[in-house]
Design a protein around this ligand. Structure first.
Ligand SMILES: C[S@@+](CC[C@H](N)C(=O)[O-])C[C@H]1O[C@@H](n2cnc3c(N)ncnc32)[C@H](O)[C@@H]1O
Length: 219
């Protein structure tokens, strides 16, 4: 992310964020110390706000880490009146750490945890969701979209992180698998008649698509 934004802009935006729970700051501190790739407070607050805006109560997260982005979704679902938030990661230790953080926040009642490959888990668990957030390894993004769409209600929101990929998406010299996968997903989502998609240029870029009816309307 370094270099995409003026450091003063990043500091200004992060300074505006009101965290709905103090543990979020400790989770950010941990990410900074261990270089773990969390979405950070500006995108976390965007996720909280989008979840509140859409009234989402059923959220599925693919590629969840130790639960930082999950916590923003779960706090919003709690404030929407309650529901369910699925945390999915293939590392059992990260899953356990997320369970501890979310328990400390008093959010365990909302949570369902899965250890395994995230897209396969969504297919296996099934169900229909108001919001699905994908933050898995980037090479897996294009293949995840049909599964995400299948399990999203009409009017629901599909979110993908790292869609600017630190500027590598517009670097014509970069043809790595991850960069090409992000470019492919961007084309898929922006040209899909089932989705109305916008790219939020916050932190590393969030692509957000609303699932619409064949007529283009949203309930
Ligand atoms: C970028 S981190 C998630 C950060 C998290 N969204 C946050 O902001 O707090 C992605 C995590 O998902 C895991 N992961 C990546 N691809 C995955 C997949 N296909 N299935 C399950 N877990 C995956 C990674 O090992 C890592 O722990």
């Amino acid at each position: 992310m370094d270099g995409l934004y003026h450091p003063a802009l990043t500091a200004y935006l992060e300074g505006l964020v009101e965290r709905p729970h103090p543990l979020l700051a400790a989770m950010e501190q941990r990410a900074a110390e261990t270089n773990f790739p969390i979405v950070g407070p500006v995108v976390g607050q965007l996720f909280y706000w989008l979840t509140r805006l859409t009234g989402a109560r059923r959220v599925f997260e693919l590629g969840s880490g130790y639960g930082y982005s999950t916590a923003w979704f779960a706090l919003a679902v709690r404030d929407n009146g309650g529901g369910v938030v699925h945390h999915t990661v293939w590392d059992a230790d990260l899953s356990r750490q997320a369970q501890e953080y979310l328990a400390q926040m008093g959010l365990s009642d909302l949570m369902t945890y899965h250890v395994g490959e995230a897209v396969e888990t969504l297919q296996r668990v099934g169900g229909e969701y108001d919001l699905i957030f994908c933050d898995i390894d980037k090479a897996g993004y294009p293949a995840s979209l049909p599964v995400v769409k299948r399990h999203l209600r009409v009017g629901g929101l599909a979110l993908y992180d790292n869609m600017l990929w630190s500027g590598r998406v517009w670097d014509t010299q970069d043809t790595s698998e991850a960069t090409e996968a992000i470019r492919t997903l961007t084309q898929q989502m922006t040209h899909d008649p089932d989705l109305q998609t916008v790219l939020f240029p916050m932190r590393d870029g969030v692509l957000a698509g609303i699932k619409v009816r064949p007529s283009g309307t949203i309930p």
